[in-house]
Write a protein that binds this ligand. Structure first.
Ligand code: NAP
Length: 241
């Protein structure tokens, strides 16, 4: 894998951001671009290459995160001699539907992306995270604290993601890896369009958090002083709470 600007990479902490091609992940890439080398996670290689070209020091990390063989291919040859300073899990899916409607396949794909893939990517990168005393950020949700009808599967996956982050934080304490959960409310992204369509509600972008606002919060978590870990951060749109 070749960095867009390898010279710049050597002096920068490396952060992998999943879901970097759009939404919150893309905003995180922009937030961190000035002082990090970025591995831009996603499935659309062309879109990621175009984004990498806009940033001072970045390269695509193309992988279908639920496919272990594809993850193997993407991780092979990834040069992380200085370790991995940050791993931001922004890739996620929203599975809408009531308990009556959702099938086992719906539950499985929901958990496969929102929980299992997060754990597996982290597991594979633990040696690099330990080497850099890095920070893992799980992009969770208000739904990771409170479930709503017709969104039970999504909420269950985000509750599980919170449990996963709490367990990993304890496990990695001695190794110096920090683990943080960030819980935004409604954010103006494609996922929010999907949700509002399912809710049959008007899309009121100005009422929602901007992706850049969530990204700034994630930047704060990653840049927290060495003596602290932000265990969880709850961020709500001011207009609707
Ligand atoms: N939007 C909100 O209101 C909101 C609120 C709270 C929490 N969140 C959480 O924030 C995170 C980002 O959400 P968003 O609003 O930015 O969503 P989004 O705009 O729908 O983007 C989702 C991202 O996840 C990637 N992704 C999905 N499945 C994948 C897979 N199997 N392998 C690799 N990449 C995959 C997508 O890649 P492709 O483009 O290839 O599909 C895309 O980049 C999610 O975890 C979500 O649950 C969102």
């Amino acid at each position: 894998m070749t960095a867009s600007h390898p010279a710049a990479r050597t002096s920068r902490p490396v952060v992998l951001v999943t879901g970097a091609n759009r939404g919150i992940g893309r905003a995180v890439a922009h937030e961190l671009a000035a002082d990090h080398h970025l591995l831009l996670g996603g499935r659309d290689e062309q879109a990621l290459a175009a984004l990498a070209a806009e940033l001072p020091s970045a390269e695509p990390f193309v992988a279908e995160l639920t496919d272990p063989a594809d993850l193997d291919r993407a991780l092979t040859g990834l040069a992380l001699e200085e370790g991995l300073a940050g791993l931001v899990h922004s890739a996620g899916i929203l599975v809408n539907g009531s308990v009556e409607e959702l099938t086992p396949a719906d539950w499985e794909r929901n958990f496969a992306v929102n929980v299992t893939a997060v754990s597996e990517l982290t597991r594979r990168l633990l040696p690099a995270l330990r080497a850099a005393r890095g920070t893992v950020v799980a992009v969770n949700s208000g739904s990771g604290y409170a479930a709503k009808g017709d969104r039970g599967a999504y909420s269950a996956s985000k509750f599980a993601l919170r449990a996963w982050a709490d367990a990993l934080r304890q496990e990695e304490l001695a190794a110096g890896v920090r683990v943080s959960s960030v819980h935004p409310g409604r954010v103006d992204t494609e996922m929010q369009h999907e949700l509002r369509a399912a809710e049959q509600g008007a899309y009121e972008a100005e009422q929602y958090l901007r992706p850049a606002t969530v990204a700034a919060a994630i930047g704060f978590v990653l840049r927290a002083p060495e003596d602290a870990v932000v265990t969880s951060l709850d961020l709500r749109p001011r207009a609707i709470g």
